[in-house]
Design a binder for this molecule. Structure first.
Ligand code: GRF
Length: 209
């Protein structure tokens, strides 16, 4: 059984997709041991409470500096014997200590087809705004390993979503969440927790039986 930590900051719809997938058996060999939120106002915390999942808030304003916050995060992960860290709408940049200690054991879901519309400053609706302004015909979601570069880690899984002529950032965001994020994030977690994924430099391969 793999112990998962899910890091959140907002609505928690991706967290909900993970919870639902575990409860329905679409994710096996996995247990959410702890949910860490960067905000005490995140609705993701309410979702965790409804499913009796342990949760903790690590707010920047509660720490003297980011180093202290990162140390607290490492301590929480250590105390829960975490095998896999999942960033599900987590808005903070992880400190070097966490990224190096959990190399190839931290994944993130980004709401575009990386390397498009990603990197510093591309989060939430801004991603979809950029895709629409560019006139892109297709966008989607990416699940990738986390390294020291924002949205720069090796890509694990992607799913494309067509952009409609009358899309707004909000309608595009909703479709990408529904049709892509909420599918490929749980699927990736199941594969990782069942040791079905191997990585060689930037090449990630799903092992077939
Ligand atoms: C999602 O669009 C995700 O791709 C991005 O942040 C958003 C979080 O949404 N990283 P939620 O908190 O999972 O509902």
């Amino acid at each position: 059984m793999k112990n998962i930590a899910v890091l959140v900051s907002g609505g928690g719809s991706n967290l909900q997709a993970i919870i639902d997938a575990i409860e329905s058996g679409n994710i096996t060999n996995a247990n959410i041991s702890i949910i860490v939120s960067s905000s005490d106002k995140a609705f993701a915390l309410e979702r965790a409470k409804r499913h009796n999942i342990k949760r903790v808030v690590l707010k920047k304003s509660d720490f003297i500096d980011t180093e202290a916050l990162d140390k607290a995060l490492v301590e929480v992960l250590n105390n829960h014997n975490i095998d896999l860290v999942v960033l599900a709408g987590y808005l903070r940049i992880l400190g070097k200590e966490v990224v190096s200690k959990y190399s190839n054991r931290i994944i993130n879901v980004h709401p575009s087809l990386i390397p498009a519309f990603c990197g510093d400053g591309y989060y939430g609706l801004k991603v979809h705004q950029a895709a629409l302004e560019y006139g892109a015909k297709v966008s989607g979601a990416t699940v990738h390993f986390v390294n020291e570069i924002t949205d720069g880690g090796a890509i694990i899984m992607q799913k494309a979503v067509y952009i409609e002529d009358d899309d707004t950032p909000e309608t595009l965001q909703k479709r990408i969440m529904t049709e892509a994020e909420w599918k490929i994030l749980p699927k990736t977690i199941d594969l990782l927790c069942n040791d079905k994924i191997e990585i060689n430099s930037r090449k990630v391969r799903i092992k077939v039986d």
